[in-house]
Design a protein around this ligand. Structure first.
Ligand code: GLU
Length: 498
């Protein structure tokens, strides 16, 4: 059975329908890595008409919280990743996990270990000293039956360790191909702690068996768990599912993605104005690419084109600039009506929203949105660039000031332009352009000598949409006020030292 046959529906041995799972631990927000794992499972399930189970791995009670569960569910919902079963809380199956662990103990596929943490620490230190990789030395496996029974009878604390059999463990990874590990490299890992709580290796295998999971798609950080889990399946008499490990996410410096590279929680991107369809598209391309290399892909495109064959095994770089570019592509395709709710939310947060935008200023607001949209990469940057159209409280950008306002003549030019525009009856793009060009000629300067300062006067910025459209949108009265304001600002400025 080769890698593609298991994953592309060609495995004759696996007649049962595809069942995959997303199994986050609610000890933090939904991270981009987790969201990518969820997405690849979702795509795989949808593509193969399978079932996606959502399992919340909340066995670490101290570090799990309800707020994090909610944040994870919200993140998935925002991305439009729906699940078919669950959420199932792992902590509720603890009795079942214990039962399976104790079953392995009874069958002598596991054994009681009485070594204390202090003893184990000491052995670990010794190994470090002589620079050998530490592995549990099986002291307790060598105990005689009567000695072991005596210790148990005396109530000696003990955990339960899985007895790793001799041999080689191998499996076909959906991404990495054939993976093979010598069993002697694995230690006899703990499956039940001394308080009888099950460890991750056991709970995951036990749940995946009970939930009849057929394919496990998860991050590369779990690749070293897979041989151990494969052995547990064998010990429990079950056929292991197919495994695929997705490449690690890297920062732009090619190191493992972490907070030091910027936001890692999906919710932070939502707050920054990234749209869910752009985020989804971007996440899909973290490690996967379609055969034709196309980049802008809708949910439907992704579902149609997705295949594990397109997943590489090299780390995938999380490129923030690309995400913003992609978001801009999506923003641009939206009609003002579609864009409206997000923009309204952002404006409300900044105290810039006015009810008139849905009433008598609706048409104006739509024009504003249309003008801002093509240059925006996020709703946040759209509102940043568009703030000066909505309020008089804005500053002149330093760069703009240094580049276009140095000449003291600008003040009088702005006043001349203001009085020429003030005489205009039809204050529209076409007439504004005519007046501005005529005024430039009258003043004996190129039109750009008026265009740049006028843009700065009205928006505070040196770049933006076409200036005639900008002045028309801002309106005659406010344009005149702002041209005068800039003139006064230049005059107030201390003269440049010679
Ligand atoms: N709960 C684990 C995690 O969040 C996932 C376990 C698994 O996929 O096997 O990393």
């Amino acid at each position: 059975m080769n890698r593609s046959s298991i994953w592309d529906g060609g495995d004759q041995g696996r007649a049962e329908p595809v069942r995959v799972r997303f199994a986050p631990s609610p000890t933090g927000f939904l991270h981009v890595g987790g969201a990518r794992t969820a997405l690849f499972n979702w795509l795989y399930a949808r593509k193969h008409g399978g079932v996606l189970v959502l399992r919340i791995e909340d066995t670490d009670r101290a570090r799990s919280s309800e707020a994090m569960v909610r944040a994870i569910l919200d993140g998935l919902t925002w991305l439009g990743l729906d699940w078919d079963e669950g959420p199932i809380f792992q902590s509720q199956s603890m009795a079942r996990h214990q039962e399976q662990g104790l079953g392995l103990l009874e069958q002598q596929k596991a054994y009681a270990c009485f070594c204390t943490p202090a003893e184990l620490d000491e052995k670990r230190r010794q190994a470090q000293k002589v620079k050998v990789a530490y592995k549990y030395d099986r002291t307790c496996l060598r105990l005689g039956d009567s000695e072991r029974a005596k210790k148990v009878a005396s109530g000696a604390e003990h955990c339960v360790r899985f007895r790793v059999p001799e041999g080689v463990t191998s499996y076909e990874d959906g991404v990495h191909g054939h993976v093979s590990v010598q069993n002697e490299q694995m230690e006899d890992f703990v499956i039940l702690r001394s308080d009888r709580t099950p460890t991750y290796q056991l709970t995951v295998v036990s749940d995946d068996i009970d939930m009849r999971i057929t394919h496990i798609i998860r991050g590369d950080d779990h690749i070293s768990n897979t041989p151990k889990q494969t052995l547990l399946y064998d010990a429990l008499g079950k056929k292991p599912p197919a495994f695929a490990h997705l490449p690690l996410l890297l920062g732009e410096d090619k190191r493992k993605l972490s907070k030091r590279h910027g936001a890692v929680a999906v919710g932070d991107y939502r707050e920054r104005g990234i749209r869910s369809e752009a985020m989804l598209n971007f996440l899909a391309l973290l490690g996967w690419s379609p055969a034709d290399g196309q980049e802008i892909l809708s949910r439907e495109d992704l579902t149609r084109l997705f295949s594990l064959k397109g997943v590489g095994n090299r780390g995938a770089v999380f490129d923030h600039k690309k995400l913003e570019w992609m978001n801009g592509q999506y923003l641009n395709r939206l009609t003002p009506d579609e864009l409206w709710p997000d923009v309204e939310r952002e404006l409300r947060q900044r105290g810039l929203w006015r009810e008139e935008f849905t009433g008598k200023e609706r048409q104006w607001f739509m024009r504003w949105l249309d003008l801002m949209k093509p240059r925006a990469r996020t709703v946040v940057s759209l509102v940043d660039a568009g703030t000066s159209y909505l309020t008089d409280e804005f500053q002149y950008s330093e760069r703009a000031e240094g580049k276009h306002l140095k000449d003291p003549e600008v003040a009088s030019r702005m006043r001349s332009l203001a009085s020429a525009l003030g005489r205009l009856e039809a204050y529209d793009e076409e007439h504004i352009e005519k007046v501005l060009r005529a005024e430039a000629e009258k003043l004996g300067v190129s039109a750009s000598r008026l265009i740049h300062p006028a843009r700065i006067a009205v928006t505070g910025q040196e770049v933006g949409p076409g200036v005639f459209e900008v002045l028309a949108l801002v309106g005659k009265e406010r344009t005149l006020q702002r041209l005068e304001r800039l003139a006064a600002h230049i005059e107030r400025r201390p003269p440049a030292s010679a």
